[in-house]
Design a protein around this ligand. Structure first.
Ligand SMILES: C[S@@+](CC[C@H](N)C(=O)[O-])C[C@H]1O[C@@H](n2cnc3c(N)ncnc32)[C@H](O)[C@@H]1O
Length: 246
């Protein structure tokens, strides 16, 4: 059975909301911060679930040899167009994150903007992390950036809505299930008289849960932060960042 993230229409319809010009602009600053946080300044980099290539292109522009992996053809096409416009050469690969592995190939791997926790089976998330571990060179570093469960719990709202920059409305219903492990999102996209419903399920990771999964995948030195500047992962953390070394 197809899973929610296999639906190209989901990524296509929500593209103007998820990948705004502002988010594209932020990626340059985010990559600068990743370089500073990890100390990895050059070499080979993997952007797992690269989407339209926001960080892929910024890494390549700074001289990294970059591989961008994603499953969604529509987003990879966008990434290729952006890379061509930026005159950077990137190896884009269409593959499921559970399958992609290139042993001891990378100095740096990134998983940005909550591109993790999509699978119902815990083992599949660990499989992704094990492949990332395998794909790093010894001493290589993985950076993961996502919404943390601590903030989600602090600010949880079962219903929300907003007007998108292009005038459409997005109504969101959120349900927590499986003992506060998973979140079910029902998103209704309203475009004039038409409405379309998307359903997406994501595992919400606390800092400690993410650390445990990374350890289970073989990472030894793992640090958690609340932003890419390296602020402590404390009560006011906006994001959950893990920096794990092989
Ligand atoms: C929220 S987007 C983030 C994209 C990108 N990392 C960014 O920061 O702009 C999540 C991405 O994960 C990709 N994705 C979802 N499920 C996947 C899977 N099973 N294997 C590979 N990519 C997947 C989607 O196509 C999408 O590009």
């Amino acid at each position: 059975m197809a899973e929610w993230f296999d639906d190209e229409a989901f990524w296509r319809d929500l593209y103007p909301f998820m990948f705004t010009q502002e988010r594209f602009e932020q990626a340059s600053d985010e990559v600068e911060k990743i370089i500073k946080l990890t100390g990895v300044e050059n070499g080979a980099a993997l952007d797992l679930c690269c989407g339209p290539g926001r960080h892929t292109i910024q890494l390549a522009s700074r001289g990294f040899t970059v591989t961008g992996v994603d499953k969604t053809g529509f987003l990879l096409q966008k990434a290729r167009e952006h890379a061509a416009a930026a005159c950077v050469d990137i190896d884009f690969i269409r593959q499921d994150m559970r399958e992609y592995v290139r042993p001891a190939a990378y100095d740096l791997a990134v998983s940005m903007f909550t591109s993790f926790g999509y699978f119902a089976k815990k083992g599949e998330d660990i499989r992704v992390l094990s492949h990332l571990h395998k794909s790093l060179k010894p001493g290589g570093i993985l950076v993961m950036e996502m919404q943390g469960k601590e903030r989600l719990a602090r600010e949880f709202q079962p219903i929300g809505g907003r007007e998108l920059p292009d005038g459409r409305m997005l109504v969101e219903y959120r349900t927590i299930y499986d003992g506060w492990s998973r979140i079910h999102n029902k998103w209704i996209l309203i475009d004039g008289e038409k409405a379309r419903t998307f359903r997406l399920d994501i595992t919400a990771y606390s800092g400690q849960e993410l650390k445990d999964r990374l350890m289970a995948a073989g990472f030894s030195s793992i640090y958690l932060y609340g932003d890419l500047e390296g602020t402590e992962y404390g009560p006011t953390a906006k994001r959950l960042i893990a920096v794990a070394r092989k």
